[in-house]
Design a binder for this molecule. Structure first.
Ligand code: GDP
Ligand code: GDP
Length: 455
């Protein structure tokens, strides 16, 4: 019963988390097939099942929220990233780079039944350079007799290998204790910036849409503030730019300015960059080149921003060279391809001429305000009550699931939890989400609606 019922403790946890601000990030890295995804699932336990129960989200998510020993943190699963087009080395190096950029602590998973390989050694080197705390997971130690194998992994020079069976759960608790012992309470990147610090924007979009042109235009026209904290040990990754009387932090600009040309896997690399920028940002500005058909890559980047739960603005760029015929098709494409993000504010700009760039900041501010907005519980339930009365869930198998109660469990982005007397069909959940938007706005922010069934 507790599995599905109203869990006040858990709800309190959600509320506390919403108030507590950004969580530290734990990245799980390692070669393909060592058991990263299995381990991440093990760490998440049953909680994740609830988070997944939100409409409209079917694709892989990279980042999850987890809790261990009363502490909450994010887990980045790099397990789904391996792609055949990339060699194993490139894939592992990319994971490590991602971890270096975004994580506060790292679990390196090694297959103890195989032992340390050259690829493992290579990733250790990268991780060591990053200076982030690393815990070594000797995985696939399914029984006591395997523990000797784990001790060989001392050779990696990362300290004690923690023998674990991700599959059976053996040893994972002790390993997580070790992780928490070295993980900071708040993410380094955002620490101290949550109250009154500059808001963090990621400029993202596929290659050649005009990201660096936009960054340059914004930086040139307005005052660029020199960031004293960046660039101590590596390239400055963020730039502070004053726009509309406020300072904004454009994150991960090194990735925009430093053009990366990889023969293989350039797309793959670009998508890691996007994920890294999103991880650090509060708002995403996705650029689209209006002179090209909206592509799968464009929609994938938008999906990444939505699934990362960031405030979203879509900037249609290169408006200066668009011809009238194209304009007609563009509007049609937007209607068809971007129907999922109709709620995102839109600006039609030219990074080259500067046309309408001044509209960017107000759009981002609108999106951020929605992202942080909170609907009082009374108001929400008044709305839900009316909605349920006028549009009840269809009867299924002689039963009619009802929404009993709802609450906004968190912000940034708004997260709602609905308690229902039975399973709510996806279509009905989407309907509720649509009506929530109609009622409360949420322009520029994804919202998450999860359902807990109370039998
Ligand atoms: P990833 O590619 O690193 O994410 O690896 P997966 O999590 O997909 O696991 C690869 C394979 O190893 C799967 O068949 C898992 O069932 C298996 N595996 C993962 N962890 C363990 C473990 O602790 N013991 C054993 N025996 N197999 C495991
Ligand atoms: P990035 O790869 O997303 O950083 O794209 P760039 O900023 O390097 O731009 C790619 C190309 O598009 C360059 O040749 C730019 O000069 C051009 N470009 C960028 N923005 C505009 C624009 O608003 N109008 C026009 N006509 N060209 C643009």
């Amino acid at each position: 019963a507790r599995e599905q019922g109203f869990d006040a403790e858990e709800l309190e946890g959600d509320l506390a988390a919403a108030a507590a601000g950004p969580l530290p990030v734990l990245a799980v890295v390692g070669r393909p097939n060592v058991g990263k995804s299995t381990l991440v699932n093990r760490i998440l336990g049953r909680r994740e099942a609830v988070v997944e129960d939100r409409p409209g989200v079917t694709r892989d998510r990279v980042t999850y929220e987890a809790e261990w020993a009363g502490r909450r943190f994010k887990v980045v699963d790099t397990g789904g990233w391996e792609q055949d087009v990339l060699g194993i080395q490139a894939s592992v190096a990319a994971q490590a780079e991602f971890a270096i950029e975004t994580a506060d602590a790292v679990i390196l998973v090694v297959d103890a039944t195989v032992g340390a390989t050259d690829d493992d050694e290579a990733v250790v080197k990268l991780l060591r350079r990053a200076g982030k705390p690393v815990v070594l997971c000797a995985n696939k130690v399914d029984g006591f007799s395997m523990e000797a194998e784990a001790t060989y992994l001392w050779s990696l020079g990362l300290g004690e290998p923690h023998p674990v069976s991700a599959l059976h759960g053996r040893g994972t608790g002790d390993m997580l204790d070790a992780v928490l012992a070295v993980m900071p309470d708040a993410p380094a990147e955002t620490f101290g910036q949550t109250l009154g610090g500059p808001r963090r924007i990621a400029l993202i979009g596929r290659p050649n849409v005009g990201k660096s042109s936009m960054l340059n235009k914004l930086a040139r026209e307005e005052r660029v503030v020199v960031d004293a904290t960046a660039g101590t040990t590596r390239d400055p990754v963020d730039e502070l730019i004053e726009l509309g009387g406020k300072t904004w932090r454009f994150v991960d600009t090194a990735g925009i300015r430093r053009r990366v040309h990889l023969v293989d896997g350039a797309d793959y690399y670009a998508s890691l960059r996007t994920a890294a920028a999103l991880e650090k940002a509060e708002a995403a500005v996705v650029l689209i080149d209006v002179n090209e058909p909206i592509s799968v890559q464009d929609t994938r980047i938008i999906t990444m921003a939505v699934e990362a739960g960031r405030a979203l603005v879509i900037a249609y760029n290169k408006w200066d060279v668009m011809d009238e015929d194209r304009r007609f098709y563009l509007e049609r494409e937007i209607e068809q391809e971007l129907v999922q993000v109709q709620w995102a504010p839109r600006v039609n700009v030219s990074a080259r001429t500067g046309r309408h760039l001044e509209k960017l900041v107000p759009a981002v501010e609108t999106a951020l305000a929605s992202w942080e907005s909170r609907v009082p519980t009374g108001k929400l339930n008044g709305f839900l009550g009316q909605l349920v009365a006028s549009h009840p869930h269809p009867v299924r198998g002689g039963k009619q699931p009802r929404i009993l109660f709802g609450t906004q469990a968190g912000t940034r982005p708004p997260r709602f939890v609905l308690f229902a007397s039975g399973f709510l069909e996806a279509q009905y959940r989407r309907f509720i989400e649509r009506r929530l938007r109609e009622e409360f706005g949420f322009e520029g922010t994804p919202i998450q609606v999860s359902v807990r069934v109370r039998e």
